[in-house]
Design a protein around this ligand. Sequence first.
Ligand SMILES: C[S@@+](CC[C@H](N)C(=O)[O-])C[C@H]1O[C@@H](n2cnc3c(N)ncnc32)[C@H](O)[C@@H]1O
Length: 537
Amino acid sequence: MAESAEIKSKQRDFPLACVSQLSSPSSSSASPGIVRLTTNALQIHHDSHQIALDVNLPDIQIFRLGPVQSVCTVEGSDAGKQTSYSRGVAIQFRNEEESEAFHCVFQQWKKEFNVQGGNIMNGTNVMTSKSKFDEKIEPSSAKMYFHYYGQLLHQQNMLQDYVRTGTYYAAVMENRTDFFGRVVVDVGAGSGILSLFAAQAGAKHVYAIEASEMAEYARKLIAGNPLLGQRITVIKGRVEDVVLPEKADILISEPMGTLLVNERMLESYVIARDRFLTRNGKMFPTSGRIHMAPFSDEYLFVEIASKGLFWQQQNYYGVDLTPLHGTAYQGYFSQPVVDAFDPRLLISPPMFHPMDFTKIKEEELYEIDIPLRFIASVGARVHGLSCWFDVLFNGSSVQRWLTTAPGSPVTHWYQLRCVLSQPIYVMAGQEITGRLHLIAHSAQSYTIYLTLSAKMWGPGAEQGGILQTSSCKLDLKEPYYRMSQPQAYPSTQDHQPQPFLSTQDVKNQSQDLDDTEIMQPPSPYSRVQIDSFMQNA
Ligand SMILES: C[S@@+](CC[C@H](N)C(=O)[O-])C[C@H]1O[C@@H](n2cnc3c(N)ncnc32)[C@H](O)[C@@H]1O
């Protein structure tokens, strides 16, 4: 690609020896048109269509140059000019426009990274002004969060969720046209798997942004797949902070946490959209929905209520524990339960709260207020609200859903249930109203406020009945993980979400499963007419 050329900076007399390999300036996977530069002591010398850069340390910064006339690299040190460098790059542009375009990007980058006198002051690609991420998130939370994702075992856990990873693969491959020849940004790339999928689908270039130490492993994985890897650039940093040299045609990401919003990574996805995506660019996933329905599960309720019994001992080694019983009891009910439950536990058709990732504002994710209204299909004690989510890949060729609904193939997200310490009773046909109010907190999660109400029939019904209301406050950051083995549901790859199976499907599956694989016996109160859900869903 690059031709040998003798280039000399007119500003400084650079001893440039020329080589003919564009990829020479960096150790790994430079692509045509991209120069990777190590940048701790970067200087730029610009003379019309020529640039020379001194580069020293191995922090990598990337400039997408567009077509360049020639690129030369040089090894050595410019001791006579009081500048030392281990490697230098000289770039000659074909015309003034290309040169100007490069300089615009370079000046913006210098400003954002506080590069003074050719040196990056903080030595990394982190902005010195307080980042949007730091304004919202406690440093201790962020540290633990990125430490978690920096470990291969946790990335493996996600990769081994075949419903998840398989759906992403299918969504990308079935919509190759959305990736072919396009610039892609992988938001929170982790191991780099989605970047590699995008490259398989023919992406022109993929920027894989990853904040944790996993970025190093991603580089390794990508370097080990050179045919794809030559079109992928891993950038270690947070999407709130890194600067990209060009806009993306499509974003790909897996930013979903429990209840869709846990981890608050959706906000980073939206920030990435505003920072990197071209107007009318695509997002994979494109939108999501939080689904909710009241459930009845006596076994779960008794299990949680019993946990606090320990604190009812009046003689624990001579100590009366009962003063803490109330606090412990409430504490157990403040943990949302994460498990895969039988959809027959639902007592009404679900409702959902939609989110369009292409339009939603980041601030709208700080507080999510959902009014609730259900009609009970059966008479039962309502023990709380169950929640799950799905996301849509709205491809140009195929619309593919990834669902985490109860009764669908189990994912590593399972489902989430908020359990009331005071259940309410409803009759079939009765209206249940309430509110699910999620307030984001600085530990990358949400406080959940749930209220469910129903009007009791019977005495007083003529006046509108007696209102039963039950409320609870939960911390999404502190769930009670109650999962057993994943259930052996057959994997479906249908294009539409199937939040519910028919009653017959559920029966058939129960017969297919070993007893040990069934999560819990159905609640005696779970006489749900699932077929009616299908009609209403
Ligand atoms: C759920 S994992 C998904 C990883 C990978 N994309 C996949 O599908 O297997 C999310 C990844 O995003 C990274 N991440 C989260 N917030 C980020 C941010 N603000 N900037 C960059 N990376 C982030 C995490 O470190 C983590 O590796």
